[in-house]
Design a protein around this ligand. Structure first.
Ligand SMILES: NC(=O)c1ccc[n+]([C@@H]2O[C@H](COP(=O)([O-])OP(=O)(O)OC[C@H]3O[C@@H](n4cnc5c(N)ncnc54)[C@H](OP(=O)(O)O)[C@@H]3O)[C@@H](O)[C@H]2O)c1
Length: 249
């Protein structure tokens, strides 16, 4: 099959591309660095010609809620419009488990806007909600790390290996549209502060962690809200196994 990946050069996009190509599919990679900016949509019509499915794993780094919603909204609209013109029969969106249970987080507002546009759009779809990735803790502390200290919210998560997310997306992309997919999660719940400490230790780095609910993740994300629903699809790779694989690279 011929599968386009919007965000093909990113963390999940790169791994999804590998998974699809190893299974014998042809990947059409889309990203700004490859000449396609989804916020304008220029070049999309030609790129999507003959494509059997589109996997959207784009991201937005904006932190202002209106800006994130506008950016994710424009990218999703342009992508879906071009898919409809090209007759693409399946749009796959990577979302986040629990986006509908959290209010007040800018990134989550953007993801809800993506989901809304996909659900109400003309292209048959599958939305795959994944829990936080195994590299999430280190990413979060990197945002605030200064002079050997970083803030971090003490979130309860059930993280998943990026490669496991990619395998699920590659499988879903070559199947029929399913609408809302089950939550996809890793095998064990974890405390985000502990994940950050273990990641830094594995990297041989010393970072003082300051737990707080005053950063990008507020108290509305405390408790069980980020954990997967009971019917979730559980991926195999534990956080510890992933850490070990990172040490080896
Ligand atoms: N991190 C987590 O724990 C987690 C958990 C669940 C779900 N997710 C979701 O997973 C998705 C992917 O995350 P990721 O970490 O793989 O993202 P990432 O590494 O930041 O990659 C984002 C990709 O999007 C492309 N992109 C960004 N803006 C674009 C634009 N205007 N036009 C075309 N391409 C554009 C980037 O390439 P260029 O810069 O070259 O354009 C890159 O290929 C996100 O939507 C996130 O919400 C994340």
């Amino acid at each position: 099959m011929r599968i386009a990946i919007a965000g093909a050069t990113g963390n999940i996009g790169t791994l999804t591309r590998t998974a699809l190509e190893e299974a014998g599919h042809v990947v059409v990679p889309l990203s700004r660095s490859l000449g396609i900016d989804l916020t304008t949509g220029d070049g999309l019509d030609a790129a999507l010609s003959g494509v059997d499915a589109v996997v959207d794993v784009t991201n937005s780094t904006a932190t202002d809620p209106d800006e994130v919603v506008a950016r994710f909204g424009a990218m999703t609209r342009n992508l879906l419009d071009a898919e409809a013109r090209a007759g693409v029969p399946h749009h796959v969106l990577l979302s986040i488990a629990g986006v509908d249970r959290v209010t007040g987080n800018a990134h989550y507002a953007g993801k809800r806007e993506q989901e809304r546009l996909v659900r109400t759009g003309a292209v048959p779809w599958t939305i795959v909600p994944a829990t936080q990735f195994h590299d999430f803790a280190a990413m979060v502390t990197s945002w605030t790390e200064r002079d050997g200290a970083a803030t971090i919210a003490p979130l309860l998560v059930q993280p998943i290996a990026p490669a496991d997310v990619a395998d699920v997306l590659a499988e879903v992309a070559v199947g029929e549209p399913e609408g809302d997919y089950r939550d996809v999660a890793g095998p064990e719940p974890q405390d985000l502060v502990d994940m950050a400490r273990r990641t830094h230790q594995a990297q041989g780095r010393s970072v003082t962690l300051v737990p707080t609910w005053s950063g990008l993740f507020g108290a509305e994300m405390a408790g069980d809200v980020l954990l997967p629903r009971p019917e979730a699809r559980i991926a195999p790779t534990t956080f510890e196994e992933w850490l070990t694989s990172q040490r080896a690279t």
